[in-house]
Design a protein around this ligand. Structure first.
Ligand code: ADP
Length: 531
């Protein structure tokens, strides 16, 4: 077959030339060397299909040369050129793995026939191996279609890859979908699947090479080769390894690594072919399993949102009904003339006024949340003196704190920096946080507002020594409609929109918001704004 690569090694110039010319005419690519060492140097640079070598050469014998090349190229075919005198060594060479011999003197036809026969036998063997290799792949593709659990899938891919290539160790690294960083997600050793440990990470350079080239990268232990795995001690045991890129539709999702510990077991070309097919199938299956998980999570979230929305409708109806009841009750009282004196009438009007304020706030929250959902929150940005803004909110809420017998204090320095933002929206955040702190702190409690300046940002916190929040609720607090399921929440009323709105406003300003809390000890809500 044209293009197959042949290395000819002989110290007899005449034979070397003859073979070179005869085989070049057949369309093979030929390299020649005059001794074993030269031959080995060439084999380091080129991936030969066949070596045709004299048996007896000064320095290194043909058999030694063949065995040296075989270490890094286990698929190489070897033909030995021998005279009657060295027949015994030639037979020994055949026993030790060389494929055929040519007895001197030989004709050109004998030479061509021996080369063609050895190569075609190798091709047949390879074809046979390829077909055999397809069987586990068929079995695997069945698994790939049905397994949607990612961990299970990774385990099966690694086990099959290690088993079919007789590797001692298999490592699977995948890109984290959020951070884009490669993380070790699967590990098998001879003892079976193991919890992935960062010690088994594949060397960054090799990972990069595999991902960049889209090709398997073969690594062999040796001076100047670096290490395959990051852990020196584990790496010491490995003699050869391969890193295969996992690619789906040009997206590089990870790397599959397989390592062998014993020298005589290099990866064969057929191993690499099997691994390449396996890697491409596995990549698709992994992507599918990830999609499936994302879909299932999205479905669960939708269900949860649906549940929260139904809860929300009943909460809102209740929240609207109570002030309306109160308003209509007091209006009725006034209409019926049942408020005997001016002071009582004044008191009725004040209650009506407070309840309409409450309704207005509620409706504003609902409108805000819906605006934020449709991403149409418009900020009127200007330089905002944070000290003044926070002071104004504190002054507004002092009567409420007093009524609830809560001590509302602050330790703000008047020289707080100016933030470029929407003053009313930023006040809304502070108002919501202080209001919540008052709502969820029993009589006699304390609410303190503080601010610190850090490099590039101002950090404002609202701390209370109230009822606190259970740890399982903390990750959900800033979600729409979320309310902690407690009697205190029900007593306090509300819609579960306040913190959601706070977060949207803070994020729209390029800041962050978070919370620390302990049940029974109190909560601290903190937000930062860039300066
Ligand atoms: P709501 O209108 O229900 O107060 P928020 O989004 O402002 O909605 O708050 C969501 C929930 O978080 C509240 O229902 C309450 O259970 C809890 N929460 C908020 N702030 C505090 C706090 N300072 N202390 C204890 N729980 C709080």
């Amino acid at each position: 077959m044209p293009d197959e690569r042949i290395l000819i090694v002989d110290d007899e110039e005449g034979i070397l030339d003859l073979c070179l010319q005869a085989l070049s005419r057949e369309g093979y690519q030929i390299w020649s060397a005059r001794n074993g060492l030269e031959g080995i140097e060439l084999a380091k640079k080129h991936d030969f299909d066949l070596v045709l070598t004299d048996i007896k050469m000064p320095g290194m014998s043909g058999l030694e040369l063949f065995q040296a090349i075989q270490q890094s190229n286990p698929d190489i075919v070897g033909i030995i050129i021998t005279g009657y005198g060295s027949m015994e060594s030639a037979i020994q060479a055949l026993k030790l793995g060389m494929d055929d011999f040519l007895l001197k003197p030989f004709s050109l036809n004998e030479l061509k026939a021996a080369v063609a026969k050895a190569l075609s036998r190798k091709r047949l063997e390879k074809e046979n191996e390829r077909l055999k290799a397809l069987i586990p792949l068929f079995q695997l593709s069945q698994t790939f279609i049905t397994v949607t659990d990612l961990d299970m899938l990774l385990k099966q891919v690694l086990q099959l890859a290690a088993q079919e290539t007789a590797a001692n160790l298999g490592v699977l690294m995948l890109k984290n979908e959020d951070s884009g960083r490669l993380e070790i997600c699967g590990l098998v050793t001879e003892q079976g699947a193991q919890p992935p440990s960062p010690e088994y990470r594949i060397n960054d350079q090799l990972v990069w090479n595999a991902l960049q080239s889209g090709q398997p990268i073969i690594w062999r232990a040796g001076p100047g080769q670096g290490s395959f795995l990051v852990s020196e001690s584990i790496n010491k045991r490995i003699t050869t390894a391969v890193a295969l890129p996992l690619v789906v539709k040009e997206e590089k999702i990870g790397v599959l690594g397989l390592c062998k510990e014993k020298k005589e077991h290099a990866f064969m070309r057929s191993d690499l072919e099997l691994l390449s097919v396996l890697a491409s199938q596995a990549a698709i299956a992994i992507q599918n399993a990830r999609l499936f998980t994302r879909l299932r999570n999205a479905y669960e979230q939708l269900k949860e949102l649906d549940r929260m929305k139904s809860d929300f409708i009943s909460t809102v109806s209740h929240e609207l009904r109570s002030p309306l009841h109160s308003i209509s009750g007091y209006v009725q009282l006034l209409l019926d003339g049942k408020a005997p004196d001016e002071a009582t009438r004044q008191e009725c009007l004040e209650i009506i006024y407070r309840q309409t304020q409450h309704l207005t706030n509620l409706i504003n929250d609902l409108l805000d949340a819906s605006r934020m959902e449709s991403a149409s929150l418009v900020l009127q940005k200007e330089p905002v003196q944070m000290y003044t803004a926070v002071q104004e909110v504190i002054a507004e809420l002092e009567p409420l704190a007093e009524q609830a017998q809560i001590t509302l204090t602050h330790n703000l320095a008047p020289a707080l920096p100016t933030v470029f933002g929407d003053k009313e929206r930023l006040k809304q955040v502070v108002r919501n946080l202080i209001h919540n702190a008052i709502k969820f702190t029993p009589k006699g409690g304390h609410v303190t507002i503080s601010a610190t300046v850090e490099p590039g940002r101002i950090v404002i916190s609202v701390q209370d020594d109230g009822i606190g929040i259970p740890p399982e609720a903390l990750p959900h607090l800033f979600e729409r409609f979320y309310q902690v399921d407690s009697s205190a929440t029900r007593r306090a009323g509300g819609t579960g929109l306040g913190l959601y709105i706070c977060k949207q406003i803070v994020v729209a300003h390029g800041g962050e918001i978070w919370v620390k809390s302990k049940v029974g000890k109190g909560s601290t809500f903190i937000f930062s704004l860039p300066l």
